[in-house]
Write a protein of this length. Structure first.
Ligand SMILES: [Zn+2]
Ligand SMILES: [Zn+2]
Length: 82
């Protein structure tokens, strides 16, 4: 099951499961669209893979299959100073 991470790894912005601003790579590294476009140029800084929009999990399924609450924040990987 896809891990819906709660924030952007680059800017720590909240990305709730219903956000259409969330993008992710095949390893579920998660970023906001702004960072993906301006800092990362569409490629994951961790694995080099493609970043695509994260699909929205239907709200009715979130009760049984909740989003992850474990924040991952690695600004140093995004070309930012921590
Ligand atoms: Zn971001
Ligand atoms: Zn990745």
């Amino acid at each position: 099951m896809l891990k819906l991470k709660p924030n952007c790894e680059c800017c720590n912005r909240d990305l709730p499961p219903e956000s259409r601003e969330a993008v992710m790579c095949s390893f579920e590294c998660t970023f906001c669209r702004t960072c993906a476009e301006t800092l990362l140029h569409g490629a994951c800084p961790n694995c080099g893979g493609e970043l695509v929009r994260r699909p929205i999990r239907p709200a009715a399924k979130l009760a049984r299959f909740p989003a992850s609450t474990e924040r991952v924040y690695k600004p140093e990987g995004c070309g930012r100073v921590a």
